[in-house]
Design a protein around this ligand. Structure first.
Ligand code: NAD
Ligand code: UDP
Length: 309
């Protein structure tokens, strides 16, 4: 298959590029490197099935190549970056999705949207099922990300209804692993980098808020399975084991043998208090569930950061 993947030089995107090439597909990777890095895909450049285009997908893109899929993963994804660049974030989610859907429509090919658990906001239903409509502050600081993805979902289903575009929507929950940037700012990479450098681990608020962490290989398997079935509604993809941020910090300290201390910093505005996916739909439809425990995934991620720090 010929696959167009936006955000392919990012954390999740670079794992997808590798996996697609391994499976014998061709990949056109579109990225403007705003949070990703050419380094993540550098070794793929020698592969004739891989093409890298530096482009901001908020602007239209015209490609001569035949395609089978358009996967839209380009977005600022870490609160550290989207809070600082709210307009770019909205443009990637709204204009970028519109441009990608335009390509999928013109080429008459399938479209895959990387959506997010953030569309549920600070959820009042726990764990979150796909039927839950969410609790989002539409004008809050995080709305640039949450609403960009909610708008992206709306655009996706508008194209499905009006143009019969064949769509997949994955609502991805907190995923971590190698190829995250050292300064990504999300909690897993922050804690690992801080622990390895002997710096304070920065817990925002009292650390009793929860997240459920999925190792990237498990997520990639879920994404590939979604591409293989004809199911057009959104699917939650993530690990359903829930941890408090304090528990995550303790585990990182144990696995890195670090003597770093904890420092509590103010909780960012609208930070969701709890998050865990109900993945029963994905389990049933895709025969998929995460296989890598937090401890195992952290060990692999710690190894990665040890090598690059
Ligand atoms: P990331 O920041 O590592 O990757 C995003 C990539 O998109 C980067 O390479 C960045 O340079 C690129 N990009 C951003 N805006 C662009 C634009 N306008 N044009 C071209 N390229 C652009 O983040 P990630 O964690 O790999 O996230 C990938 C996708 O998955 C995002 O859409 C994100 O919203 C979604 N997602 C990720 C998680 C997670 O926990 N990692 C959770 C939910 C959803
Ligand atoms: N967090 C933290 N310390 C950090 C980074 C994040 O305590 O150095 C907290 C953050 O406030 C949130 C959780 O960890 O409650 C997950 O944050 P992240 O930025 O990874 O992703 P989110 O799930 O909020 O999008």
């Amino acid at each position: 298959m010929n696959i167009l993947l936006t955000g392919g030089a990012g954390f999740i995107g670079s794992h997808l590029c590798r996996k697609f090439l391994e499976k014998g597909h061709s990949v056109i990777c579109v990225d403007n490197f705003i949070t990703g890095s050419k380094k993540n895909v550098e070794e793929l450049l020698a592969n004739s099935d891989f093409k890298l285009i530096e482009h901001d997908i908020a602007n239209p893109l015209y490609l001569g190549e035949n395609l089978d899929w358009v996967l839209h993963f380009a977005s600022l994804a870490s609160p550290k970056y989207y809070l600082g660049q709210p307009i770019k974030t909205l443009k990637s989610g709204l204009l970028g999705t519109h441009n990608c859907l335009g390509i999928a429509k013109a080429k008459k090919v399938k479209f895959f949207l990387a959506s997010t658990s953030e569309i549920y906001g600070d959820p009042l239903v726990h764990p979150q099922t796909e039927e839950y409509w969410g609790n989002v502050n539409t004008i809050g600081v995080r709305s640039c990300y949450d609403e960009s993805k909610r708008g992206a979902e709306a655009l996706t289903y508008a194209y499905m209804r009006q143009h019969n575009t064949n769509v997949r929507v994955a609502r991805i929950f907190n995923t971590y692993g190698p190829n995250m940037q050292i300064d990504d700012g999300r909690v897993v990479s922050n804690f690992i980098v801080q622990a390895l450098r002997g710096k304070y681990l920065t817990i925002y608020g009292d650390g009793r808020q929860t997240r459920s962490f999925c190792y990237v290989d498990d997520l990639v398997k879920g994404i590939l399975k979604m591409m293989g079935v004809d199911y057009k509604k959104p699917l939650n993809l993530g690990n359903s084991f829930e941890f408090t941020i304090i528990e995550l910090a303790d585990l990182v300290l144990k696995l890195t043998n670090s003597r770093s201390k904890i420092k509590n910093l103010p909780l960012p505005e609208d930070d969701p208090k709890q998050r865990s996916p109900d993945i029963s739909k994905a389990h049933k439809l895709l025969d998929w569930q995460p296989a890598i425990s937090l401890e195992e995934g952290l060990k692999r991620t710690i190894e990665y950061f040890r090598n690059i720090l």
